[in-house]
Ligand binder design. Structure first.
Ligand SMILES: Nc1ncnc2c1ncn2[C@@H]1O[C@H](COP(=O)(O)OP(=O)(O)OP(=O)(O)O)[C@@H](O)[C@H]1O
Ligand SMILES: [Mg+2]
Length: 205
């Protein structure tokens, strides 16, 4: 198999239409903790991918999970990360794509699925569809705190990596999000609260 990506936590291999995400040991963590984290994240990612698909969110199909080996086997999404596409997109396309991303985030939260790392590097555009990947830090929770954190991660990502298109992206995203999630306002309010809390501590830091 050929290596297609080397992330912070995982090495991703591909062969044809199949992708294997392997989490190799991290030397800086105590061995037992490391073992536990890698197995948990592997299992969790498989479970959340399946839940996301059931909620109507395009995501890779889980083909096999091996927590012992820390390997997750899934279908390959042929496409490009939104983080790499944003720079070359015109405003109408940005609006469409990020309204869709917002619709999908709303569907997740409506079913109590927290992504855990909602960034444009974890969204792939393929055949005109937006796919969510990388659920290893996610969880099932109906707390607005967790949802607000998801939203804040996304907003910070857009602010730092796509600052020139920030307004268009965020407007589109949140309008899509509101259209599919009845609790959107509370989650967004929570996002602002968490952000203010962070500022307060940073200023004091
Ligand atoms: N099912 C898939 N189909 C196609 N490409 C994939 C798939 N899963 C992962 N990739 C590619 O591998 C990269 C890393 O995967 P992923 O984001 O799941 O791992 P990660 O280690 O958490 O990465 P990072 O630390 O960069 O967030 C993705 O950005 C994407 O390019
Ligand atoms: Mg990733």
């Amino acid at each position: 198999m050929e290596v297609i990506a080397r992330g912070a936590e995982a090495v991703v291999y591909a062969d044809g239409d199949v992708v294997v995400k392997h989490r190799p040991p991290k030397r800086y963590r105590a061995p037992e903790l490391d073992e536990h984290l890698r197995a948990t994240r592997t299992r969790r990612e498989a479970r959340l991918l399946a839940l996301a698909k059931r909620a109507g969110v395009p995501a890779p199909v889980v083909l096999d999970v091996d927590p012992e080996e820390k390997k997750l086997c899934m279908s390959r999404v042929r496409g490009e990360k939104l983080s790499r596409l944003v720079g070359g997109m015109e405003v109408p396309e940005l609006r469409e794509v990020f309204a869709t991303a917002g619709v999908l985030a709303g569907r997740l939260h409506a079913k109590g699925i927290i992504h855990g790392d909602l960034t444009t590097a974890n969204m792939l555009l393929s055949g005109g569809r937006v796919y969510f990947i990388d659920f290893g830090l996610g969880e099932v929770s109906t707390s607005h705190e967790a949802m607000g954190t998801d939203l804040l991660v996304f907003r910070k990502c857009v602010r730092s990596t796509h600052f020139q298109q920030e307004e268009v992206i965020l407007d589109a995203f949140f309008s899509g999000y509101r259209s599919t999630f009845a609790g959107a306002e509370r989650a967004i309010e929570k996002m602002h609260t968490i952000e203010r809390r962070g500022r307060y501590f940073e200023d004091r830091g």
